[in-house]
Design a binder for this molecule. Sequence first.
Ligand SMILES: [Zn+2]
Length: 299
Amino acid sequence: MNFQKFSLSVYLLIMTFLLSCQNRQNTISYEDNAIDTLISVGNIRNNAILITFGSDAVTAINTHDGIVVIDAGISTKLTSKYRKIIEKEFQSNNFRYLINTHYHPDHYGGNSVFKEAEITGYKSGINEILKQWKDTTKVINSISKIVNEYELQLQRSELGTVQWVESFTQKMRYVNALKDAHNNSEILQPTLTFEDSLQIELGEMKLEMIYFGNCHSNSDILIFIPELKILFTGDLVFKYGRPNIDNSQLEHKEKWIRAVKWIEKRIPDIETIISGHGEILTLEDIKSFNKTILEKCLN
Ligand SMILES: [Zn+2]
C-alpha cells in the first residue's frame, strides 16, 4: 500500500503564510490550500483509493461498470474535493453507488455530492437522518461547540506538530459541517436500503453487505468485496479489535452472532480491513473483535 506522505515542510510553509496573512480573503484561500495539502490519498488497490482528512474517510472503487464510494465524509465542501480527486484518479465521473456504513453525520454529510449515485445502506436511514436534523438549532449549537473546542486546541498547539495538524483538520471538518447546517444544505437520503443483507453486482465485482444489528449506531452494516479482498467495518471496530458499542443493551445479540459468523466465513479471503475513519485494521483486530462480541453475547 503506497500512502502519500504529506510533506511537513510544504504545509509548514503554507501555515506560515496563513498566519502572516492579514487579509481575510487570502486567509480563506490559504486555509483552502492547507486543506488540499493535508488531504491524503492512499492506493489500496490499482482500482481502489482511500481518501482521508482528519476523521473523514472516503473509499472509492473503480469497477468496469462505474464507481462505488464507501461513506461520504462530514461536509459537502470537503467531499466535493474528494470527488474531484476520485474523478481525476479514475478519469471517470460514473458514480453508481454510495454506500453509507451507518447513518452518523460524519459518514453521510457529503452524500449530496454524489447525487447521481444510488445511496445505499440499512433501511432505517430515512428516519434516522430526519430524526437527527429535527432540531437544526440544536445541531448548529453542538457543532459550534466542537468548532470552538478545536479552535482552542489549535491555539494551544505548536505550528506544524502532529497535534496542530489534528486540530486543524478536525476544526476544518466541523467548520464545513457548520456551514452546511447554516445553509440548510441538502442531505441525500438513502434510495436503496435493505433490512437483512444485500448483494450488488457491478461490472466484475460483487458488493456483499450485511446488517450487523444495533451496536455503534442503529444502522451498522459490514461490506465485503471478494474480488478485492476488502472488508469495511464502519465504526464498529477500533484498533486492537475493541468494539465500538453505543447501544450496550445487547438487544440485537442474535444479529451480532450472525454477523460475526458472516465475517468468520470470509476471514480466509480478507486481506484489507478499512474502518470508518480510515484506520487500516489487521486480521488479528477483527478476530479479537469477533471474540469479544461473542463473549458479550454469551454473558
Ligand atoms: Zn459513527
